[in-house]
Design a protein around this ligand. Structure first.
Ligand SMILES: [Zn+2]
Length: 189
C-alpha cells in the first residue's frame, strides 16, 4: 500500500483551512501520529524508511520528541541499531536526557515524522555535535517542502506533499469563508 493511501485511511492527511504557528494559513495538515497509531502502518513505514537509510550504514537513530519517537524506533528496530531521542528542556532548547550518550556513535541518522523547515532536525544535529558524535544523514516520513539536504547532510523521505501557504490577507480560503482551524503544535508543520 502506498503512503498517501495509508495517510488517507488513517485520516492523517486533513484538507481544510488551517492556521499555522507562523501566522500563515494552509489548505492541508498532516498528523503523522494518526498514521502511526496503526501499528501495521508504523511497521510498513518504518521498514521502508530503514531500507532507504541502509546505504548510510547507520550505527544509531536519533529523533526529536515527541513526533519522531515512534517512527525513529521502528526505523532503528529494522536497522538493528540503538534508538535515542532528543527533547526540549524547560528553556525550550533541544537536549539529551535520560542518560542518553551518543558519543560512541559515528554514523547517526536523524529520523523525523514530518519535515517542513527542518528546524527540529537542525537542532538535533547541533545537540549531537556537542557529544563529538557524527550525524551522516537526515530523514522523515513526509516532507512538506522540497528538501535535498539539511545542514549539508543528505535528506531522505518517503513522500513529498507540498504545503500551500497563504498570508491571511491573501488567503483564498478566507475569502470563501471556510472556517479556520488551529491544529496542535508547531511540530506538525
Ligand atoms: Zn485563510
Amino acid at each position: 500500500m502506498d503512503l498517501e493511501k495509508m495517510l488517507e485511511n488513517s485520516e492523517a492527511l486533513l484538507k481544510g483551512h488551517f492556521l499555522l504557528s507562523s501566522g500563515l494559513h494552509s489548505d492541508a495538515y498532516i498528523q503523522c501520529a494518526r498514521l502511526l497509531q496503526n501499528t501495521s502502518y508504523a511497521q510498513i513505514v518504518g521498514k521502508e524508511l530503514a531500507t532507504k537509510l541502509e546505504k548510510f550504514s547507520p550505527d544509531c537513530v536519533i529523533s526529536p520528541a515527541i513526533g519522531g519517537i515512534v517512527i525513529g524506533y521502528e526505523v532503528a528496530r529494522n536497522l538493528e541499531v540503538p534508538f535515542i531521542f532528543a527533547e526540549r528542556g524547560g528553556d525550550g532548547k533541544m537536549t539529551l536526557r535520560r542518560g542518553f550518550d551518543p558519543s560512541s556513535f559515528k554514523r547517526i541518522v536523524v529520523v523525523e515524522d514530518v519535515v517542513t523547515t527542518g528546524k527540529s532536525t537542525r537542532e538535533v544535529i547541533r545537540t549531537i555535535k556537542k557529544y563529538k558524535a557524527t550525524v551522516v544523514a537526515t530523514s522523515a516520513i513526509v516532507n512538506r517542502k522540497p528538501v535535498n539536504d539539511i545542514e549539508g547532510l543528505p535528506f531522505t523521505s518517503l513522500a513529498s506533499i507540498p504545503l500551500k501557504l497563504y498570508k491571511p490577507t491573501e488567503c483564498p480560503l478566507c475569502k470563501e469563508d471556510i472556517p479556520l482551524v488551529k491544529p496542535g503544535t508547531r511540530k506538525e508543520f
